[in-house]
Design a protein around this ligand. Structure first.
Ligand code: ZN
Length: 169
């Protein structure tokens, strides 16, 4: 019961926390949609009978749903690692969405911004792949996030080579 109360309280807190971030509204809206399960990911399309297969188009291992996209996405974990947003995933024991909410609330402001922007950028590239067949490399997303706003000078990425740096979207 106590744990349930903490979870509900966290869900209340995260919406305020997301809206307070100084980032573009569309990025906040995407995160809000993920948390509310409004994103048209494959599991939602299968439920609306618009698709037969819910397997994630990126990792091709698990169904693509909000838990996957907020937490279990292997691509997201690699991206967060590259952005020095590494979390100790092992200490989180609830479902994917609840884990994300706890982890997000514990982050400092810059990490919150980075995680929100990375979720949005990943969804953007995932759509390019699904709709236009455009493949991408993770370092392209890192470059995209770095070049996204001039105010993102706080982004400290792991050792990207000069060649990768040139390859900005
Ligand atoms: Zn996946």
């Amino acid at each position: 019961m106590i744990e349930q109360t903490v979870i509900s309280e966290n869900y209340r807190k995260i919406f305020t926390s997301v809206w307070d971030l100084q980032i573009l509204a569309k990025i906040k809206i995407h995160l809000w949609h993920l948390l509310k399960n409004y994103v048209p990911h494959f599991t939602n399309l299968v439920q609306r009978r618009l698709r037969a297969n819910s397997v994630c188009p990126l990792c091709k291992s698990e169904p693509e749903d909000s838990h996957h996209m907020l937490w279990y996405y292997s691509v997201l974990r690699q991206l967060w690692f590259l952005l020095n947003l590494s979390l100790n995933f092992g200490v989180f024991t609830s479902d994917g969405k609840t884990n994300f909410v706890s982890a997000f609330l514990a982050m400092d402001m810059n990490s919150k911004k980075l995680s929100a922007i990375s979720l949005w950028a990943l969804w953007y590239r995932r759509n390019k792949l699904v709709n236009e067949g455009l493949h991408f490399e993770l370092h392209e997303i890192v470059g995209f996030i770095q070049s996204y706003g001039q105010d993102l000078s706080f982004v400290q990425t792991k050792d990207l080579t000069a060649g990768m740096r040139r390859n900005v979207l």
